[in-house]
Unconditional design. Structure first.
Ligand SMILES: *Cc1c(COP(=O)(O)O)cnc(C)c1O
Length: 368
């Protein structure tokens, strides 16, 4: 554990390695592993974090937008990177940075192939996304027919992989639908690959897919996202938290009944000699304002202390009455206690949103 006395998101590399090992244990040795580092690596950082993943034997990375891929290249990472939701106007930027597009249909395919041709590329790796039930992005059967027709004129690109995305692979109540997606993937991917004189990789598993469907739908690669960051859909005790949002106490005051704490007088003091600790973190850092007024409590010196008053932009206050707290003591907003799951439950959201809400201005500190 680091001893930094400023607001930061600590990333535990040993815990990343632990979680990586857990997910690898479901996969054959020959199955490649792609890690999703979209949304700033689910909050964990992008450049340096991608380098850590590269050092830990990850085979592929994926991001949502081209800028995230450029950040990975600027960090010197050589791994192949798929850009999942880049628009057509960014295709030249992708090619300049050796980033591989996910192409959801014939229009995108044709456009990318023609950009690659203009830029004198041959066999540039692209990934075809199939829609097997999400109905977000991806080629359906008719699109695949059109793709097959234009394939012969597109030597500038080569299909490195064909893939699709599960809708609800972590939810047993939707397992029939997940199996339907697997069957559709089998059919649609076959339709395409039957017309190729080479064999692209195929991949379908996301994090819960790895835990629950590795035997049925492993194919050539698996795409690990939230699982790496500590979320299991099967048994949370098997995984470790990877991100710890920490902030120092700036000041501690004693406030009496009748007084209030923070904006709008929302934090009413009722106990004599109430001790208030002010923290160097606010909603602009990713501490959701709906955690105000005791909705959440954070840990300090082995105790949990509730928020009091409204969370401010750059600060927030805790009621630390009865806890031995002084300026400079570090508070954990999330990590092992509370967990991202606890905050997600309070906010009626999913752990993904807790992790991806940590602001860019919060430095990421990697502990090894
Ligand atoms: C985000 C994403 C994943 C990872 O999903 P998790 O639920 O975090 O495992 C996998 N594949 C695609 C296409 C994605 O967009």
């Amino acid at each position: 554990m680091n001893t930094n006395k400023y607001t930061h998101l600590e990333i535990s590399v040993p815990n990343i390695q632990h979680n990586l090992k857990y997910f690898r244990s479901f996969l054959r040795e020959s199955t490649k592993l792609l890690v999703l580092v979209k949304a700033y690596g689910y909050g964990h950082g992008i450049g340096e974090f991608s380098r850590i993943l590269e050092d830990n034997g990850v085979d592929y990375l994926a991001v949502a937008f081209p800028g995230e891929g450029v950040a990975i290249r600027e960090a010197g990472v050589k791994l192949p990177v798929i850009v999942l939701s880049g628009g057509m106007e960014h295709y030249p930027l992708l090619i300049q940075n050796q980033l591989e597009p996910s192409l959801p249909g014939p229009e995108a395919f044709q456009r990318f192939a023609s950009e690659a041709y203009t830029m004198n590329r041959k066999d540039y790796p692209v990934h075809i996304k199939l829609d097997t039930g999400m109905h977000r992005l991806g080629a359906e059967e008719a699109d695949i027919q059109s793709l097959i027709e234009i394939l012969p004129e597109t030597g500038s690109v080569k299909i490195a992989s064909v893939f699709s995305h599960f809708v609800a692979s972590g939810e047993p109540k939707n397992d029939d639908f997940t199996r339907q997606q697997i069957a559709r993937f089998e059919t649609l991917s076959g339709l395409l690959t039957d017309h190729l004189d080479y064999k692209p990789m195929r991949h379908l598993l996301n994090s819960p897919g790895i835990e629950r469907f590795a035997a049925e739908a492993q194919y050539d690669m698996a795409r690990l996202g939230i699982g790496l960051y500590g979320m299991s859909y099967v048994d949370r005790s098997r995984l470790k938290p990877t991100a710890f949002l920490k902030t120092p106490v700036l000041q501690v005051k004693t406030v009496q009944p009748g007084e209030t704490v923070g904006y709008s007088r929302a934090g009413k003091v009722t106990r004599p000699n109430t001790r208030i600790a002010t923290l160097a973190i606010g909603y602009a850092d990713g501490v959701n304002r709906h955690l105000s007024n005791g909705k959440a409590s954070f840990s300090v010196n082995g105790h949990r202390a509730p928020t009091i008053g409204n969370i401010c932009m750059d600060m927030c206050m805790l009621d630390v009455t009865g806890i031995d707290v002084k300026p400079g003591d570090m508070v954990t907003v999330f990590g092992d206690d509370p967990t991202i799951f606890e905050l997600a439950d309070i906010l009626e959201t999913i752990p993904y949103e807790i992790l991806t809400s940590v602001a860019y201005r919060v430095p990421r500190v990697y502990s090894f």
